[in-house]
Design a protein around this ligand. Sequence first.
Ligand code: PDD
Length: 275
Amino acid sequence: MYFYKNDFVNKKDVILSPDDRGYYFGDGIYEVFRVYNGKIYEQEAHMQRLQRTASEVRIELPFTIDKMGHILTQLIEKNGLNEGTVYMQITRGEAPRAHPFPAQAESILLAYCTEVRRPIATIHNGINAITLDDIRWLRCDLKTLNLLPNVMAKQAALDHGVQEVVLHRSGTVTECSASNLMMIKDGVLYTHPANHLILHGITRAVVLRLAHSQNITVKEEPFTTEQLLQADEAFITGTTVEITPILQIDGKAIGTGAPGPITLTLQNEFERTFA
Ligand code: PDD
């Protein structure tokens, strides 16, 4: 069961118009929610980020936040989803292709759920990454449908036989293709500040809270790719990846080349609190 425009419908009955501005311009916004035990994780934080993105790109939300929350709950119920994700996107609406905001169009909601298991193997065994230029625009804090640079970056990783990219701007590490990045050096957790150059990840915020609760010093400061390669531990955070250790970057081992003690502490806390 999907939700499209105003109704719950079967996937085959979702008839998309070629005039949807999501196609022409990537003119839309989205959220990916995690569902554990039939319940949405950090729903309020996701909804706040959705509202902020909508307001910054001047897309009017088609429903109130309460109504959208209700739609998501119904979707989960109708699909009997216990563990997985809910994808929700809102485009600016349908209109013949022209750059200005259309006068008449109404924004369009599409939402559906997918059964996905937690990525236990990579959470335990870690992943490898390469560094890559961050060629995205300067509003990476907005969760919009314009994901071509992220898609290109992810594919570059796979083409290099690794799972993820570490994006950097002139040597300053920002984040990854679909996750945030954190490193540990001398017991201190470093991550890029939540400004316009990274997505303000929901999991990032959760992990920073968990770090504070474990008395781990947190510094939201930019760092370079060289500093990252010298780190004791590194990991990525995100709705779908949770806390996944990075073992090697550009073929060089991070720390001992195995998930480090602070990473394991945060993973345990995360697991205890959420999953
Ligand atoms: N991506 N950075 C980027 C560029 C992302 O696309 C994402 C999430 C994150 C992590 O944010 P959060 O913790 O809120 O999931 C960071 C989603 C999952 C996606 O595009 O599929």
